[in-house]
Design a binder for this molecule. Structure first.
Ligand SMILES: O=P(O)(O)O[C@H]1O[C@H](CO)[C@@H](O)[C@H]1O
Length: 304
C-alpha cells in the first residue's frame, strides 16, 4: 500500500496512463486515498456536498470542522479557478455527518474526466450514500431570472457525445455495473423534498425545476449553441456536475442537484452583453444565504 501511495503521489496524473489512453483510478488506489483521509479525521460522513463556483459558503453551515486542503490529498485534482477554495471539510450539519467539497475541478482545467470525478469515488469508499451537487449555471430557459435556484431533474450530457464520460475504461464491478442507467439520476423523492422545503422557506418565487447541461468550457456558449440547447429542452448550462453525477449513480449514491442561475445566456446575435465569471461570482454571493438555508433544510429532512 505504501508504494502504491508513493506511485499516486509521484504520478500526480495517474488517471492519464501510457500511450494516451485514459484509465480510471483502480479500486485499490481509491481505497488507499479514502483510508488515508479517514485516518486523518474523526468524522465518518454519510452525506457528500459539492460546492459550485462561489458557493463554498455552504461550508459555513458545517460545525466541528475538520479541514484537509485538496493539495494534501494524493491524486486529488486541485481547483485552479476563483470561487473554488479547494478544501475538503468534514463535520456536522443538521445532525448529519457530512463531507463538503469547497470547490471542484473542471474538464477545462486540463484534468481527465476520470480525475475530476475521483473525489466522488473517494466519498463513496468513505461511506457517503447521498450526494448533493451544486453549480453556477447560465439560464437558457427565457423564463428564468438571475438568482433563480433550479432543482435539476435531468441532464443533457454534451461531452458524452464526444465520448467524454468518466465511466469509459475498464469497469470494476465493485464500483458499479458496466452499463448503468442515466435516466432517473436525480432522485425523485429528493426533488419533491427540495420543492417542499423551498415552499416552507417562502422561496417559491425563485425555485424552479429543470434540465441542466454542461459543455466543456472554458469559453461560454455562442448564441447558436444557446439556441440549440433551448430547442432540445435544456434550461440551464454550465461546465461541470454531469461527470460527478454519472460516477455517483454508477456506485449507487442517491443524488440531488441544484443549479444557481447566475446569468442569462446570450441568445441575440450582436448583443452588447457577454457572459463573465465576475457576474457568476456576484450572483453566487447574492444568493448564498438562501442556498445555505435550503441546503440545510434538505439535509435535515433526508432520512438515510
Ligand atoms: O459548475 P461550477 O463549478 O459551479 O462553475 C461554473 O462557473 C464557471 C464559469 O463561470 C464554470 O466553471 C462553470 O462550470
Amino acid at each position: 500500500m505504501r508504494s502504491l501511495k508513493r506511485e499516486i503521489l509521484a504520478s500526480g496524473l495517474s488517471a492519464l496512463k501510457g500511450n494516451g489512453n485514459i484509465e480510471p483510478h483502480t479500486y485499490e488506489e481509491v481505497e488507499t486515498i479514502a483510508n488515508d483521509i479517514l485516518e486523518k479525521v474523526k468524522c465518518r460522513p454519510q452525506f457528500g456536498i459539492i460546492c459550485g463556483s462561489g458557493l463554498g459558503g455552504l461550508g459555513d453551515l458545517v460545525s466541528n470542522k475538520e479541514i484537509i486542503p485538496y493539495a494534501d490529498i494524493p491524486g486529488f485534482p486541485v481547483s485552479t479557478v476563483p470561487g473554488h477554495a479547494g478544501k475538503l471539510i468534514f463535520g456536522d450539519l443538521e445532525g448529519k455527518k457530512v463531507v463538503l467539497m469547497q470547490g471542484r475541478a473542471h474538464l477545462y482545467e486540463g484534468y481527465a474526466v476520470q480525475r475530476i470525478t475521483l473525489p466522488v469515488r473517494v466519498m463513496k469508499l468513505m461511506g457517503v450514500s447521498v450526494l448533493i451537487v451544486t453549480n453556477a449555471a447560465g439560464g437558457i430557459n427565457p423564463e428564468y431570472s438571475v438568482g433563480d435556484i433550479m432543482i435539476i431533474k435531468d441532464h443533457f450530457n454534451v461531452p458524452g457525445f464526444a465520448a467524454v464520460n468518466p465511466l469509459i475504461g475498464p469497469n470494476d464491478e465493485r464500483f458499479g455495473p458496466r452499463f448503468p442507467a442515466a435516466s432517473g439520476a436525480y432522485d425523485k423523492e429528493f426533488r419533491e423534498l427540495a420543492k417542499q422545503k423551498a415552499k416552507e422557506l417562502g422561496y417559491d418565487a425563485f425555485v424552479r425545476e429543470g434540465v441542466y447541461t454542461c459543455l466543456g468550457g472554458p469559453s461560454y456558449e455562442t448564441v447558436t449553441e444557446c439556441r440549440f440547447l433551448r430547442l432540445v429542452g435544456v434550461d440551464s448550462t454550465g461546465m461541470s456536475t454531469i461527470p460527478e453525477v454519472l460516477v455517483a449513480r454508477h456506485c449507487g449514491m442517491r443524488v440531488l442537484g441544484l443549479s444557481l442561475i447566475t446569468n442569462k445566456c446570450i441568445v441575440e446575435h450582436d448583443s452588447k452583453a457577454f457572459a463573465n465569471h465576475e457576474e457568476v461570482l456576484e450572483t453566487a454571493r447574492m444568493r448564498t444565504n438562501h442556498l445555505q438555508a435550503l441546503a440545510a433544510a434538505i439535509v435535515k429532512a433526508i432520512k438515510i
